[in-house]
Design a protein. Structure first.
Lengths: 224, 313
């Protein structure tokens, strides 16, 4: 475990140096512990692949005290069993107007679009963390055979429900935002509800699978 | 219940309080007033709690009617507020008679003015805060910037208010600055000493493409000599991240909660409110400080903000 000041009121806690299950399980355990027994100085925790950013109230603690407390939390967290995971299935209509980048991604790898769909929907993904925008879950890893870098210049508008890939990551856009991921399809599900608990369909640690659906099923589900 | 009617909205007017920290793990950034110090002072001027909701007006203010009258305060940038052509002083509370129309114009100095009302602006709270997150359409008044015809509710004032004004000494201590103080960022060592020298010496221009999400800066390109690939991590408010083009971006109140660009520096807590007053096209510079100095500057500022006798005449 390594610590690094992010600002005069924030500290980065590193729990690994590469993206993968080992570092991520430590991140989730420490996050859960900080959420269950929040230290009085805690203001915000932002988990990511291998790290947690912890913002603290400077009138109550400094970097040294925060570091010491997190060390003791981590020791206890390590002994905990990995939290239970749930698997969420997300229906996706691939290609056409919903997946405007499907053809290009297929061409870039010398594959048929059907093969890209098959590969993208064959994997069970891990929800590493939520970031970027409310409810946006970073899912990994996309099969190497279809991994494609993000667009060199992001789009101004990616519609809510769009399913995109960037490198070996994939995600569902919870709301219409700018974005640079390659869009393969769209889900009719609403992934973020401001007035529901939990607000996001996907939370950190979940397993996620994508199920290909037709345009007709998309419409049915959208109007359901 | 008394209300405030938007007759014209101005460039970007939103309901803001001190934000909703604590939801980073849901991907939600805190939002809140871009200049929280101005909002706090505005609330104290009308005897509200410091974190009550008010209006944040950006560069060009709108025009607002008060059918039932109100006690209001103006803080932050001077947007030329006037009633019937009679100018109203900034950093002061004012009593508006029923039917008053309060009109704002273009800024005379900084980026954002605040209009606070005794009793506070009342909107549905989202995750414990009234603040608008414009980018994601959450919180505030219907999750969006105000439009002509909107009618906002005003709460019942908690206490009797008397005319108040912020002292010159407090204004001096809290005044906007173009030299922003920073501590080293978590990837500072990814930049050579030469690049850091440039970063701390040159002026950077605030781009027109800046908003509440981030301030894009234009200046000498900063090259990063990364030896490894950056793994996306949480990013803090005021982080100065350097994009592959070499141009820095200051992450602001509606920031993305995580990012994969190296961060050379982070604006100190005591200067975060000053970011909110930077107009497009102004030139700024960064000044390096230690964590210890940054922290004592913040403590000192908080002490001042919690000492009414030093704040108000």
């Amino acid at each position: 475990m390594q610590f690094r000041a992010a600002s005069d009121q924030a500290i980065l806690v590193y729990l690994g140096e590469e993206i993968g299950q080992a570092a991520h399980e430590r991140v989730v355990k420490l996050l859960r512990m900080l959420q269950q027994e929040p230290p009085r100085w805690i203001r915000n925790v932002q988990p990511a692949y291998c790290s947690l950013l912890v913002n603290f109230d400077l009138s109550l603690a400094d970097h040294a005290e925060v570091e010491e407390t997190i060390r003791s939390y981590e020791q206890r967290a390590e002994k905990q069993r990995a939290p239970k995971t749930r698997t969420i299935e997300i229906p996706v209509c691939y290609g056409g107007e919903f997946g405007t980048d499907l053809e290009e991604v297929a061409a870039a790898h010398g594959l048929k679009p059907e093969k890209v769909i098959e590969l993208h929907s064959s994997e069970t993904y891990r929800a590493y963390f939520l970031g970027f925008a409310p409810g946006f879950a970073y899912l990994g890893e996309v099969p190497a055979a279809i991994a494609t870098p993000r667009l060199s210049s992001p789009r101004k508008r990616v519609l809510a429900g769009s399913v995109g890939i960037a490198g070996r990551q994939t995600a569902v856009y919870p709301m219409t935002t700018p974005g640079g991921w390659r869009v393969l399809g769209r889900t009719p599900l609403r992934v973020f509800h401001a007035d529901r608990k939990p607000m996001g369909l996907i939370t950190i640690g979940d397993r996620v699978r994508f199920r290909p659906i037709s345009g007709e099923v998309f419409e049915k589900l959208e109007n359901a | 219940m008394s209300s405030l009617v938007v007759e014209s909205a101005g460039l970007l007017s939103t309901v803001q309080d001190l934000g909703r920290p604590g939801f980073g793990s849901e991907g939600i950034s805190a939002s809140g007033a871009a200049d929280p110090v101005a909002l706090r002072l505005g609330n104290l001027l009308v005897e509200n709690e410091p974190g009550a909701a008010g209006l944040e007006l950006t560069l060009v203010g709108g025009s607002f009617r008060f059918p039932d009258g109100a006690i209001v305060a103006l803080t932050g940038a001077d947007l030329g507020a006037a009633v019937n052509g009679r100018p109203l002083e900034v950093w002061t509370s004012h009593t508006l008679e029923p039917g008053t129309r309060l009109e704002f114009g273009a800024t005379k100095n900084f980026a954002r003015g605040y209009l606070t009302v005794a009793g506070g602006i009342q909107v549905d709270s989202f995750l414990g805060s009234a603040s608008t997150h414009v980018l994601s359409g959450l919180g505030g008044f219907e999750g969006r910037a105000l439009r002509k015809g909107d009618r906002l509710r005003i709460g019942k004032p908690a206490r009797k208010t008397r005319k108040r004004r912020v002292t010159q000494a407090a204004l001096y201590a809290l005044k906007p600055r173009k030299i922003l103080r920073v501590t080293e960022g978590p990837q500072a060592e990814w930049f050579s000493e030469q690049v850091k020298q440039v970063f701390y010496r040159d002026m950077f221009r605030v781009s027109e493409a800046s908003d509440r999400v981030g301030l894009r800066l234009e200046g000498t390109a900063l090259t990063c000599n990364a030896t490894k690939e950056m793994i996306t991590e949480g990013v803090s408010l005021g982080a100065v991240q350097v994009t592959p083009s070499g141009q820095p971006i200051i992450l602001f109140v509606e920031q993305q909660t995580s990012g994969g660009y190296p961060k050379i520096a982070n604006i100190i807590g005591a200067d975060l409110h000053r970011i909110g007053q930077l107009r497009p096209r102004v030139e700024i510079r960064f000044q390096r400080t230690s964590l210890a100095v940054a922290q004592s500057l913040w403590m000192e500022q908080e002490r001042l903000l919690n000492t009414p006798e030093q704040l108000f005449e």
